[in-house]
Design a protein around this ligand. Structure first.
Ligand SMILES: Nc1nc2c(ncn2[C@@H]2O[C@H](COP(=O)(O)OP(=O)(O)OP(=O)(O)O)[C@@H](O)[C@H]2O)c(=O)[nH]1
Length: 735
């Protein structure tokens, strides 16, 4: 039996070595066929303990992994936010940073903020000196590691691990100067520092510049002598690069961090100063009047005057906060100068509280180690309570980002094939929209019909053939056509001239119809360009061309690519121009055809008419009298009588031809322009596109750099939010 079990063990080891873990594989898997025992159970049900008992060894990791996960998740999200430039500052994009809980350290200048931070971390790494030392927010993320050497990493130097904390201090000072240009000004752009150590608790702390009270405005309240001294001081400060506005700038910056409801305030007040004048308490009260998210920290307890103590404050009697006050004893300036190490400083601090009679009863909740633990615990609690809110914010943001991204479309392909494909797809979408306008799915095509139905007939009517065929005009034309020899039977040449000169006038309305349709087609081209969505970018390449899906999946206009937009518009308009010329030729030809050949029946009927009513023996002048001419013309006044006699007259012939042209002109226009535009609007453009090099194609798709940048930002943010969503879900489920 033992052999059998060890055989299975051996086989399982071999499977693992071959990468066969029972996961999906194209090869038959042996792993799945081997028997094994899986330990299942709820969280903290004792799975690991059962396993360890079976093995008889203590070898599995333990602890409140979920809680640690929470803080490291928030740390991760904060780092990701920073990488995306999301510092919680004003941005058109939804910001996750603001929703993430953080701890901001605030207090007056030299109140001991940096010392508290260093004590919590247990490392000496922050720049020290006179004046305003902290001039940029320092976002300090503490990561607890199980073992190994502690190290620090800056966000702006991602690949560099700092094991020497003096170098960390130097880098903070240098990076501050890089941003503020050694001008001693302050900057709101944070420095991100991560410290990995087995001696820290998971925590994110933000060190902010110290609040200061020196301001020009306060000089007025001082006596002359003092004012003089302060002015000299301020001049010195200004010479040193610090302007008066710095006081306000610092206050604004601190305020902007701590006013966010998710910010936990670590208010640092020195015990050797009156608490009533504490900058930290003053500013935190403004944003958190009930003290619901303010932790009061009292520094410099060891520096209090002899005979005084901080017991009243630490017991919450003189100034009550929701959370108990925590007293700390940091390294003094002398300790710093002597390079006293943090471990012994922490030990001395512990000893101070346990051995000072006034504080002995409070010693279990004093000191920087205790502070670190309290903050970590509180942060966990806050994060936990924020999870539902975070989840809904992230889900909402994901939807918003996806919508916006699909509106912007996919980025331009880099290779020639991809660029060509994208250009063609955009053109095809444009072409589809243009056709829809003509076919009635979209508005605009109906205007063409209204030209044929009302404008052309109205224009033909306005020609007033009867007026053109006035007796004087008829006489003139017939006489001219007869030349030196009057006609014998019928004035054929005269008829021809009359008809020709009348029908020629139809060219005007015919040409106008061509031009009007051309104008409408051009208008529809521009309309379609405006409506063209770069939806080819949102539809997977394998999908066939389904226009309706383009309309629903995205609505980025062709104007996203200004050059392509212009080129497509030009190509389409040039094509329409060519079609217009063809149409004009064909349509005018229709009119010309009508006067080039007159229907023969018309002439055959004329001699009979002459026989019936005319008198060929009359002199030429008699035959050209008004009655005779009127008969030729068939003027409206006498047309009833004369039409019945002559059967055909110039006017009726012209009207007959005109009625025919009224039908055939639209046919010609539609054939040459509308049908042709639907068929081959961009044929020339496509032919030219095929000959273009990748560079020229790139120029066509010269997207607005701002849009490109926005797409990149949105995509990164979406990636972050999706990752955050799955991580938060994992934590939320295991809560
Ligand atoms: N004796 C003693 N000295 C302290 C204590 N806390 C801070 N100090 C000293 O007070 C001075 C100022 O401390 P910092 O931690 O630099 O103060 P800060 O608030 O960070 O200063 P800025 O960032 O410049 O505003 C330093 O010399 C510290 O050594 C303390 O609890 N006891």
């Amino acid at each position: 039996m033992e052999n059998l079990i060890s055989l299975v063990n051996k086989l399982q080891r071999a499977c693992t070595a071959l990468g066969d873990h029972g996961e999906e594989s194209a090869l038959p898997t042996l792993w799945d066929a081997l028997p094994s025992i899986a330990v299942v159970g709820g969280q903290s049900s004792g799975k690991s303990s059962v396993l360890e008992s079976v093995v008889g060894k203590d070898f599995l990791p333990r602890g409140s992994a979920t809680m640690e996960n929470l803080i490291s998740l928030v740390n991760k999200l904060q780092r990701a936010c920073t990488a995306l430039g999301d510092h919680g500052e004003e941005s058109a994009l939804p910001t996750l940073w603001d929703a993430l809980p953080s701890i901001a350290v605030v207090g007056g200048q030299s109140s001991g903020k940096s010392s508290v931070l260093e004590s919590v971390v247990g490392k000496d790494f922050l720049p020290r000196g006179s004046g305003i030392v902290t001039r940029r927010p320092l976002v300090l993320q503490l990561h607890r590691i199980d073992e190994g050497r502690e190290y620090a990493e800056f966000m702006h130097l991602p690949k560099k691990k700092f094991t020497d904390f003096a170098a960390v201090r130097k880098e903070i000072a240098d990076e501050t100067d890089r941003e503020t240009g050694r001008s001693r000004q302050i900057s709101t752009v944070p420095i991100y520092l991560s410290i990995y150590s087995p001696n820290v608790v998971n925590l994110t702390l933000i060190d902010l510049p110290g609040l200061t009270k020196v301001a020009i405005g306060e000089i007025a309240n001082l006596n002359v002598c003092m004012s003089f001294l302060v002015i000299i001081l301020i001049v010195l400060i200004i010479v040193d690069g610090q302007s008066e506005s710095i006081v306000q700038d610092i206050e604004n910056m601190v305020q902007s961090y701590i006013e966010k409801p998710n910010c936990i305030i670590l208010a640092i007040s020195p015990a050797n100063q009156d608490l009533a004048t504490s900058d930290a308490i003053k500013i935190s009260r403004e944003v958190d009047p009930k003290g619901e998210r303010t932790f009061g920290v009292l520094t410099k307890i060891d520096l209090m005057d002899k005979g005084t103590d901080a017991v009243e404050i630490l017991e919450g009697k003189s100034y009550k906060l929701q959370f108990p006050w925590i007293g700390v004893v940091n390294r003094s300036q002398a300790d710093i100068n002597k390079n006293a190490d943090m471990i012994s400083a922490r030990r001395r601090e512990r000893e101070y509280f346990s051995s000072t009679p006034e504080y002995q009863h409070l010693s279990h909740r004093m000191g920087s180690e205790h502070l670190g633990k309290v903050l970590s615990k509180h942060l966990e609690h806050v994060i936990k309570s924020r999870i539902p809110g975070l989840q809904s914010l992230i889900s909402k943001s994901i939807i918003e980002l996806e919508t916006e991204l699909s509106r912007l479309g996919k980025p331009v392909a880099t290779d020639a094939g991809g660029k060509l494909y994208m250009t063609m797809e955009i053109c095809r979408v444009f072409d589809g929209i243009f056709k829809e306008h003509l076919d009635g799915t979209r508005a605009g095509g109906d205007k063409i019909y209204s030209i044929f139905d009302s404008q052309l007939p109205a224009a033909l009517k306005r020609l007033q053939f009867d007026k053109h065929l006035s007796l004087d005009n008829v006489r003139k034309l017939i006489t001219e056509a007869d030349g030196y020899q009057p006609h014998l039977i019928a004035p054929e040449q005269g008829y021809r001239r009359l008809i020709e000169s009348t029908l020629v006038t139809i060219k005007g309305p015919a040409e106008a119809a061509v031009d009007a349709v051309h104008a409408i087609l051009k208008e529809l081209v521009h309309k379609s360009i405006g409506e063209t969505m770069a939806s080819s970018q949102t539809v997977p390449i394998i999908l066939c061309f389904v226009i309706c899906s383009y309309y629903t999946e995205g609505n980025t206009e062709l104007k996203q690519y200004p050059t392509l937009r212009v080129e497509v518009a030009n190509a389409a308009c040039e094509a329409l121009e060519r079609m217009k010329e063809e149409s004009k030729k064909a349509t005018l030809q229709l009119v010309e055809m009508e006067y080039s050949y007159l229907t023969i029946d018309f002439f055959r009927k004329l001699p009979q008419d002459v026989e019936k009513g005319g008198n060929p023996t009359n002199s030429i002048f008699d035959r050209y009298n008004d009655a005779y001419l009127r008969r030729i013309v068939g003027s409206i006044l006498i047309k009833v009588v004369l039409l019945s006699q002559t059967g055909s007259t110039v006017l009726s012939y012209v009207n007959m031809v005109c009625a025919g042209l009224r039908n055939s002109i639209p046919k010609s226009v539609v054939y040459c322009q509308v049908r042709e535009a639907k068929r081959s609007l961009l044929d020339h453009f496509f032919a030219e596109l095929g000959t273009k090099e990748v560079k020229q194609l790139g120029k066509l798709l010269d997207e607005d750099p701002a849009i490109m940048q926005r797409r990149v930002n949105l995509a990164k943010r979406l990636e972050l939010y999706r990752a955050a969503q799955s991580e938060i879900e994992a934590v939320a489920w295991s809560k």
